[in-house]
Design a protein. Structure first.
Length: 68
């Protein structure tokens, strides 16, 4: 069974504020959360998918032009 993290735990994982994670959710960015009652929880599998998407979006060092 997958482990679920709170907004505070996700913020700690990404070294950001709780409010940033809530803002990401508001604008449709970041890992997808599941609302259970009043709480929003994030599965570790969803966090892994989010991290993989970020890795594919990041420009590689080869894409940068030096001195431009």
């Amino acid at each position: 069974m997958d482990r679920y993290l709170t907004t505070a735990e996700v913020a700690e994982r990404y070294r950001t504020a709780d409010s940033t994670v809530r803002y990401w959710r508001h604008i449709g960015y970041g890992p997808k959360g599941v609302r259970i009652g009043r709480r929003v929880l994030y599965s570790e599998a969803e966090l892994t998918l989010f991290e993989q998407r970020l890795a594919h979006q990041s420009p590689s060092r080869d894409d940068w032009t030096l001195g431009a």
